[in-house]
Design a protein around this ligand. Structure first.
Ligand SMILES: *[C@@H]1O[C@H](CO)[C@@H](O)[C@H](O)[C@H]1NC(C)=O
Ligand SMILES: *[C@@H]1O[C@H](CO)[C@@H](O)[C@H](O)[C@H]1NC(C)=O
Ligand SMILES: *[C@@H]1O[C@H](CO)[C@@H](O)[C@H](O)[C@H]1NC(C)=O
Ligand SMILES: *[C@@H]1O[C@H](CO)[C@@H](O)[C@H](O)[C@H]1NC(C)=O
Length: 299
């Protein structure tokens, strides 16, 4: 009898652990890119979701936009201090913070990937500068958001792939994500094909594909999961932005589920927009996205 009871509890524990593992949903949100006032504290965070803030952006450039051979500096909103990262992480142990690399522009300079004079030097500089920035700001990882490429972009896959590998194998970071958009999928596919093992999530910017209905969103999502890994692609939403808008986004997520796609998380761009939108809709999509993800784990 005691033996049977022991076996019973063993099975219950295994099932509970398995559920926790399979159902870890993630929420990713870009913050700090626009210069609009926003703090971590304002953003609604559900403690049953792995919530990732993506600080935008760490840039390999001087304030006037000149490339620095792999030496990254933080250019996100001044309000996002190292202390505020610590504070939000102690208040919510489920919070992680990433630095997003590059972004579209710095002031009036359009940022682009460039071919380093020496790839090894670039990787070493990037590793060293990011290690220091990650330690200073108590970060957990990086997101790759280069948005413009020269014709010969093969150094991108090598330099970024080696950088992520190096940051992971030295335990500087535990998570790495990539953020391709409509016109940059090719270099990101090359990166993913060569270094997919060290890339945890694909924050494809679905809003740049400009699909506006649930049906078209589903077709687009299906296409992106073929280009990358089905389990790693997250659906995304731009607040007050392009692509599908309003509750149609949640209809689109339901269509994905009806078609047996896993929705393992949601990416939102951005907290800046949500903080400054129409007062009655502040952080509406963050709140509802987390509720949506939690509903999926309650089966
Ligand atoms: C990157 O390089 C590949 C292969 O040379 C090329 O097909 C692609 O168009 C380039 N992508 C961009 C965004 O320039
Ligand atoms: C860590 O990654 C870098 C970059 O790929 C590589 O050169 C190095 O040998 C790796 N070190 C270990 C201990 O795996
Ligand atoms: C704010 O959003 C609500 C709900 O969509 C709408 O009814 C209201 O008119 C909007 N207010 C302003 C000032 O735009
Ligand atoms: C979550 O489930 C509740 C109860 O079934 C439902 O009322 C609510 O609309 C769902 N929320 C979302 C965002 O799907």
């Amino acid at each position: 009898m005691a033996k049977i009871a022991g076996g019973f509890w063993f099975i219950i524990i295994v099932v509970v652990l398995a559920l926790q593992f399979c159902d870890g949903k993630v929420m990713m949100e870009y913050i700090g890119a626009t210069g609009k006032p926003v703090t971590f504290d304002e953003v609604p965070i559900n403690d049953n979701i792995d919530f990732y803030f993506i600080l935008s952006f760490a840039i390999d450039a001087s304030p006037s936009g000149n490339p620095q051979n792999g030496i990254f500096k933080p250019y996100w909103s001044d309000a996002l201090t190292p202390d505020s990262v610590s504070a939000i992480k102690s208040k919510h142990p489920n919070v992680k913070a990433l630095a997003s690399l590059s972004g579209w522009s710095l002031g009036s300079t359009i940022l682009r990937w460039y071919k380093p004079q020496n790839s090894q030097t670039w990787i070493t500089n990037a590793f060293t500068s990011l290690k220091s920035l990650i330690e200073t700001y108590h970060l957990d990882g990086i997101d790759i958001d280069y948005e413009n490429f020269p014709k010969h972009n093969e150094t991108f896959s090598y330099c970024i792939g080696e950088l992520i590998t190096y940051l992971k194998n030295q335990s500087v970071i535990s998570v790495a994500t990539i953020a391709p958009y409509r016109l940059t999928t090719l270099p990101y596919i090359e990166l993913f094909n060569n270094y997919g093992d060290v890339i945890d999530y694909v924050n494809h910017q679905f809003y740049t594909d400009k699909v506006r209905t649930a049906k078209h969103y589903f077709e687009d999502f299906k296409q992106r999961t073929i280009e990358f890994d089905r389990a790693k692609v997250l659906p995304s939403y731009e607040v007050d932005g392009r692509g599908i808008q309003g509750d149609a986004f949640f209809d689109a997520l339901r269509v994905l589920i009806e078609n047996e796609f896993d929705v393992n998380g949601i990416m939102i761009f951005s907290a800046d927009a949500s903080a400054t939108t129409n007062a009655t809709r502040k952080f509406y999509y963050e709140q509802k996205s987390q509720e949506f993800l939690l509903n999926l784990t309650r089966v």
